[in-house]
Design a protein around this ligand. Structure first.
Ligand code: NAP
Ligand code: F7E
Length: 331
């Protein structure tokens, strides 16, 4: 019989790639989606006929109970979150409700209705925050720098506690930034790659940014969902860092994206706006994923420049797709 998996955050970047991967592996795939006035299914349009979508919200316990009961999962991937760090400063209570307590609600549903299932929690390098060592690994202390990071630390420890207290098979993936053309538009890599493509096409003149000096360990999302799956195939529940091991600044990302379209004087096209600067910043993240390599055989392949190229090319391609073909009148 096919194994069954329940994925929360099904419409997000990672949920969409993970559901594709699980379908390829022959799983029966259930995706949790929340009701919105206009459904947000762009990332999963192409697999809608192959997965079962279940209505539910991390704020609503009964809907999570029903989703777990209905999907009879062998594996649960807890990906849903208010995941944008900047928003967490203006909506800290909501972020705590969803990104922190929402995970505990899902753990309660696991405990009551699928105690044999393996559970993956989408933990984050944002938990490391103000780091005192480099690179960061599974033993690095947490010092979160945003309400988002704080909520993720709470969810992380809730998972460890449910594993220890109730003997449930719960694992954390502590993943560093991973990106793709399916990233939300407000995240740095997507904002820059889309902005550069629009400037290249003559549709915009500038991109408004914040702190150019922050450094991130940026990887490619499809490779990181493979790590999630591998974590749940391991016989013992455990926690693993996922990262490329390379750090680059926002400035380097911007410069490389402009270089790809032949613009060297990129500073002319970037404005710095106070509204994009966070009350407290995470300046320097670089991960050490040697445990994931040693134990799970996982190693990311896509390096920094490839990632920037993939994202800029995707944006240029999608702009071309939306333009009227030559000779065809618009309207
Ligand atoms: P994302 O694109 O922002 O997706 C978040 C998903 O959560 C969306 O499907 C969203 O649904 C759903 N969601 C939000 N609030 C919800 C609620 N109240 N009830 C049910 N669903 C809700 O995030 P991502 O980049 O795929 O990341 C997946 C997970 O990994 C998140 O937990 C994130 O915090 C974590 N993470 C991400 C990274 C990264 O670099 N991408 C790194 C480390 C950890 P809507 O479509 O309806 O908004
Ligand atoms: O910012 C700087 C910003 O919003 C990256 C989430 O997936 O990864 C993500 O969190 C850096 C920060 O991602 C702008 O200050 C400068 O230093 O793309 P981001 P993030 O905050 O690293 C972690 C691992 C997660 O878990 C999160 O869910 O870029 N930056 N100027 C800017 N960032 C944005 N968004 N917009 C700017 O204009």
């Amino acid at each position: 019989m096919a194994r069954s998996a329940l994925v929360t955050g099904a419409t997000g970047q990672d949920g969409s790639y993970l559901m594709e991967l699980l379908l390829k592996k022959g799983y029966e795939v259930y995706g949790l989606v929340r009701r919105l006035s206009v459904p947000n299914i762009g990332n999963i349009q192409h697999i809608l006929e192959d997965v079962t979508l279940l209505d539910g919200d991390l704020i609503d316990q009964s809907s999570l109970n029903a989703a777990v009961r209905e999907s009879h999962p062998d594996e649960i991937y807890s990906l849903a979150a208010q995941s944008f760090v900047a928003t967490s400063f203006v909506q800290p209570v909501l972020t705590g409700e969803i990104t922190g307590l929402g995970v505990v609600r899902l753990l309660e549903a696991l405990r009551a209705y699928a105690p044999e299932a393996r559970f993956y929690q989408a933990s984050s390098s944002e938990m490391f925050g103000r780091v005192d060592r480099e690179p960061q690994d599974e033993t690095t202390p947490f010092h979160p720098r945003s309400p988002y990071g704080v909520a993720k630390v709470y969810a992380y420890w809730a998972c460890v506690n449910y594993r220890e207290a109730h003997g449930l098979s719960i694992s954390n993936g502590i993943l560093f930034n991973h990106e793709s053309a399916r990233r939300g538009l407000e995240f740095l890599t997507r904002k820059v790659s889309q902005g550069v493509a629009r400037i290249h096409a003559g549709l915009a003149k500038t991109i408004s940014l914040g702190n150019l000096d922050a450094k991130r360990d940026w990887g490619y999302a499809p490779e990181f969902v493979d790590l999630m799956w591998r974590i749940l195939q391991h016989k013992e529940p455990d926690d693993f860092v996922g990262a490329t091991g390379e750090a680059h600044s926002v400035r380097e990302f911007v410069a490389e994206a402009f270089r790809l379209v032949g613009i060297s004087n990129w500073e002319k096209h970037v404005t710095i706006d106070e509204k994009n600067i966070r009350p407290s910043e995470v300046y320097n993240l670089r991960g050490d994923a040697s445990k994931a390599k040693r134990v799970l055989g996982w190693e990311p392949k896509t390096r920094f420049k490839d990632l920037v190229r993939i994202m800029v090319e995707a944006e240029i391609g999608s702009l071309e797709d939306t333009r009227p073909a030559k000779g065809v009148p618009s309207g």
